[in-house]
Design a binder for this molecule. Structure first.
Ligand code: FPP
Length: 254
């Protein structure tokens, strides 16, 4: 919890490298169809991009990387694509978890995992239970996640635990509410990246993106790599993060 500073109740410390990067990995399907390949080939190549980007962020000292792997709305896709994605998640978890842990990367999954098939659910629980001895990075995968789902589940859990709050709404403060969110205790993302050319948040971390810098690129996710991360970080370094203050205040370090 010590890591957490709300950007709306205090001004967080800002470094030259984003401490927390959150990514919407978009464009797998278009990458594939532009090459006359089935959409699924794009997802398979997308996993390679995940590996490259985890490594690039790790090397650059990013403490938290959060990836949007499957949204609450992705169930609307054709059933065979959903089934193939589930199989890919299972295979990727099985292949990668030992390596991640041995490098000090802790895996977390946020989202409503009850909706997944038991095999995937069990694998998620097993993989996320591994706590690396020497933690260097936290990799959070958002799976069956939606920002609205998260806010609602947090409200429900908070009121279930503290029924008295319903009679005293003024006691519902940020510090009282935040611990119930799926990203509880994590620093808010400094940098949000969306690949694939669309410029929208798509129900990702609605609460946490309050003061996050947004970066959109045309690059399809399977083509994203360390150089693309460097370009995003270079853009981030140009930003003046005011958190509601004036530019003069930021310059004076206030
Ligand atoms: C968006 O591309 C991508 C997805 C919905 C799935 C993301 C999954 C991966 C990158 C692979 C596995 C990841 C992990 C963390 C194991 P799209 O299909 O929406 O592309 P399009 O917009 O071009 O159709």
């Amino acid at each position: 919890m010590a890591d957490f500073t709300s950007s709306t109740t205090a001004v967080p410390e800002v470094g030259t490298v984003p401490r927390h990067v959150a990514i919407i990995m978009d464009g797998n399907g278009r990458w594939a169809t532009s090459r006359m390949l089935p959409r699924f080939a794009g997802h398979v190549r997308g996993v390679e991009a995940v590996r490259r980007v985890v490594e690039a962020c790790y090397q650059r000292g990013v403490g938290h990387l959060t990836l949007f792997a499957f949204s609450s709305e992705n169930w609307r896709r054709p059933p065979d694509e959903v089934a193939l994605l589930m199989r890919l998640f299972i295979r990727t978890l099985q292949r990668e978890i030992t390596e991640l842990a041995s490098r000090g990367i802790r895996l977390r999954v946020v989202g409503d995992i009850q909706a997944f098939e038991p095999r995937l659910r069990d694998l998620i629980l097993e993989s996320t239970a591994r706590a690396p001895a020497n933690e260097r990075m936290v990799l959070t995968v958002a799976a069956n996640y939606g920002g609205r789902w998260d806010i609602l589940q947090a409200v429900r859990r908070m009121l279930a635990e503290h029924a008295e709050l319903a009679a005293d709404p003024s006691a519902i403060t940020e510090p009282a509410f935040e611990p119930y969110l799926a990203m509880a205790g994590l620093p808010e993302p400094d940098l949000f990246i969306r690949t694939g050319g669309e410029q929208r948040i798509s129900n990702f971390l609605l609460w946490q993106l309050a003061y996050t810098e947004l970066y959109f690129t045309e690059t399809y996710w399977p083509d994203f790599d360390g150089a693309a991360i460097d370009a995003a970080f270079a853009s981030y370094r140009q930003r003046e993060r005011r958190f509601g203050r004036t530019s003069a205040q930021v310059g004076a370090g206030r």
